[in-house]
Ligand binder design. Structure first.
Ligand code: UD1
Ligand code: UDP
Length: 370
């Protein structure tokens, strides 16, 4: 079976590393010629947004690097579509594997669908029900083009059923990011904590990158003001996404903020895991980081109106706080810091670290029965 995997953005390297490792292990033991060709669209290209993940997670160098880079949605997706189509026509895969909800996901799915190549979508069925998010459009379209819908949660399965996706295409497998977190927890060292002199459970870890927060001046100001207030009682560590850095540079606020906040360049995945594990609390608008907070049993406040990972809100691990007001963000964070609430941690949630293997098994079974 020949699989072409399309990746391009930071969270996709983390997710793809899981299956890529399993495919290589299987290939080493097997006769039936399973093969993965990795295609990097180049959506993320800074060394600390891309290369570091390949090195730390031992992902082989991509077979095709398309070098697309940044651009408006149409421009970026269009360029990807053209280049991915060429690769798919050349490589003729049995399946195209796409992850998550970025423009790289959408371009991969569209290119494959038009060439009648079956698509496997990992992280299918997630919905924010907010069509103003580019990610929501990417997810809905990709799910409606895919042959295999690998859903991470029961909620995702329900969403796919509600949208009328055929039952035989929907598979509840768990979340590959949980597999990734378990793997990384064995590799992560605490060196970054020593380097930054951060006491365990003595700081807040924050990440902000979502367009709805970075590109809305009022929301971004509220978030940063809240971080500044919070930093008076606990250090606030902020590995800064390049999108956010570029907005702050334009606004000329970076230097002023750096006096109060511990602003870092984006960190590698293993350092990120170490920072998450030892944080007292995480504040984020990232999809992946919300879940990693739970994987490492750290309470989280998510600066959005809604989340795709609704189960974490229901279990009390995640609290939604739309960034409409700095004081309200501070109050929500303080309430979580002071809470003695017992949060439940069902062991079956997110698939117990076996999502990657389930996906691979299903793809191979289907391939064998074709
Ligand atoms: C993308 C995804 C988002 C995901 C995020 C993960 C889409 C629509 N969005 O958002 O779902 O959560 O990745 O991090 O696909 N930039 C750099 N260097 C880089 C990459 C980006 O400087 O290596 C800057 C550029 O100014 C660029 C901006 O960041 O214009 C935004 O990058 P882009 O990939 O378009 O979107 P993200 O915000 O990263
Ligand atoms: N991440 C990282 N370094 C950072 C920030 C995030 O390694 O400085 C990891 C994080 O642990 C998670 C993934 O990147 O695995 C999440 O990516 P991001 O927040 O950019 O995107 P999202 O998950 O929101 O799509």
């Amino acid at each position: 079976m020949r699989i072409v995997t399309i990746v391009g953005a930071r969270p996709q390297f983390v997710k793809a590393a899981v299956l890529s490792r399993l495919i290589r292990e299987q290939k080493a033991h097997e006769r039936d010629g399973i093969e993965e060709i990795l295609v990097h669209t180049g959506q993320h290209y800074d060394a600390n947004m891309s290369e570091v993940f390949f090195a730390e997670l031992e992902i082989p160098a991509p077979g095709h690097h398309l070098g697309i880079g940044s651009g408006s949605h149409g421009q970026q997706t269009g360029r990807m579509l053209e280049s991915i189509e060429k690769v798919l026509m050349e490589t003729k895969p049995d399946v195209t594997l796409v992850y998550g909800d970025t423009n790289s996901t959408l371009a991969g799915a569209l290119a494959a669908a038009k060439l009648h190549i079956p698509i496997a979508h990992v992280e299918a069925g997630l919905r924010s029900f907010n069509r103003r998010m580019p990610e929501e459009i990417n997810r809905v379209v990709t799910d409606h083009l895919s042959t295999w819908l690998f859903a991470p949660t029961e909620a995702a399965v329900s969403n796919l059923r509600r949208e009328g996706r055929p039952e035989e295409t929907i598979h509840l497998v768990g979340d590959v990011m949980f597999d990734a977190a378990l793997h990384a927890a064995q590799l992560a060292s605490g060196q970054i904590l020593e380097k930054l002199q951060l006491p365990s459970r003595g700081y807040i870890l924050a990440t902000i990158h979502r367009a709805e927060n970075t590109d809305d001046r009022a929301r971004l100001c509220n978030i940063l003001e809240a971080f500044q207030i919070l930093s008076k009682s606990l250090p606030v560590v902020l590995p800064l996404h390049p999108r956010t850095r570029s907005v702050l540079r334009t606004e000329k606020t970076l230097e002023r903020l750096a006096a109060d906040l511990r602003i870092l360049e984006p960190v590698g995945f293993l350092d990120m895991v170490a920072l998450e594990q030892a944080a007292r609390l995480i504040v984020t608008d990232s999809g992946g980081v919300q879940k990693e907070a739970f994987f490492h049993r750290v309470p989280c406040v998510t600066l959005r109106e809604e989340t795709e990972w609704v189960e974490l809100v229901e279990l009390g691990w995640n609290r939604l706080m739309p960034p409409a007001d700095a004081r309200a963000i501070v109050a929500a964070v303080n309430a979580e810091l002071e809470s003695n609430r017992v949060r439940s941690t069902p062991s079956e949630l997110y698939g117990g670290g076996k999502a990657g293997q389930r996906i691979l098994d299903m793809l191979q079974q289907k391939q064998a029965s074709r």
